[in-house]
Design a protein around this ligand. Structure first.
Ligand code: SF4
Length: 321
């Protein structure tokens, strides 16, 4: 009997007695579904990225928010190419030997930001373990080009961990004075060996701590994905670790499996559970918290930055009274 009731790719085979048990792929709940991008503004952003030869993490990570963000002309630009030297189990970016650093990238990126009239920009990169400074000097050049070309744009950078070279890399970048320094812890320490094997949890925490020590005026930000099998108390512990590193802003979002080769979704965390985590995080003293199934570290980054700046000013004014 034909066990397929339609085209092979559309309908899963009906399990028959004696079939080996296959691990289930969880169905996406309704709160994760998003509309395909269609707006003219989305297409304009896409065209500009191509004209300037820029890569975006929005596309590389197959981000579910791309329709909304690009319609609002908010994109996260990925510098230093589109090939990463690591192979994290959650990430869709290609792994391999990256190409040469593009010397025109900082100015092209700054020109694109000016053309889009961006108030806030998020810059990230692939891991470049092949470069002596891990790519830190390219972050510096991008920040300098943005300051020259579009001085009103606030700058958020989302960096790799600069493994084994983070002290010098962080010093260089902090000296260039981005407004927000983001580095994601991604998950709880117990899951690092499977989810983020090339990185070290405490090294990432130390990196964020160094940013604050070197320049307390820079906002620090970090995020984790939920749904990878972490326990509630482990998430609380990560929050405590982040607070002890004086991190200002915590983001939490649902992990989505980009392809069947990547780590499986163990759980779709409900919106109510995301809200409960947010309440706990606020009680632990974060200046800003974003927590929802579709939260990504750069989602609504501009509005969140403005809120975080206002929250700090209110806090300082209260302390001065
Ligand atoms: S949430 Fe971030 S990565 Fe996703 S589309 Fe928006 S800007 Fe891009």
């Amino acid at each position: 009997m034909d066990r397929y009731l339609g085209r092979m790719n559309d309908i899963a085979p009906i399990p028959m007695p004696g079939d080996p048990a296959k691990p289930e792929r969880l169905r996406k709940p309704d709160w994760i579904r998003v509309k395909a991008p269609t707006s003219p503004a989305y297409h304009e952003t896409r065209k500009l990225m191509r004209t300037k030869g820029l890569n975006t993490v929005c596309e590389e990570a197959a981000c579910p928010n791309i329709g909304e963000c690009w319609t609002k002309k908010h994109a996260t630009v990925m510098i230093l190419g589109d090939v990463c030297t690591r192979a994290c189990a959650f990430c869709n970016v290609k792994t391999g030997m990256p190409r040469k650093v593009d010397v025109n990238e900082p100015q092209n990126l700054a020109d694109a930001a000016a053309e889009m009239g961006l108030e806030h920009i998020v810059i990230t990169s692939v891991d470049r373990d092949d470069l002596p400074d891990g790519g830190a000097s390219q972050f510096v050049k991008v920040i300098e080009a943005l300051r020259r070309t579009t001085p009103g744009t606030t700058i958020e950078i989302l960096t790799p961990d600069f493994r084994n070279k983070h002290e010098r890399a962080v010093e260089m970048i902090v000296a260039a004075r981005p407004d927000v320094y983001n580095h994601n812890l991604e998950t709880v320490p117990r899951l690092y060996p499977t989810i983020r094997p090339g990185a070290r949890y405490y090294a990432s925490l130390r990196l964020l701590e160094s940013v604050k020590r070197l320049d307390p005026s820079i906002f620090t930000k970090s995020g984790i994905m939920l749904g990878l099998g972490e326990e509630r108390l482990e998430v609380h512990q990560v929050m405590d670790d982040m607070r002890s590193a004086d991190i200002d802003f915590l983001t939490m979002g649902q992990y989505l499996q980009p392809t069947p080769k990547h780590a499986k979704v163990i759980e779709f965390v409900t919106p109510a559970a995301f809200n409960a985590y947010a309440a706990i995080a606020r009680a632990k003293g974060f200046l800003q918290v974003a927590s929802s199934p579709l939260t990504r570290s750069s989602y609504h980054a501009g509005a969140d930055f403005a809120e975080m700046r206002a929250a700090r000013e209110a806090k300082l004014a209260k302390a001065a009274r």
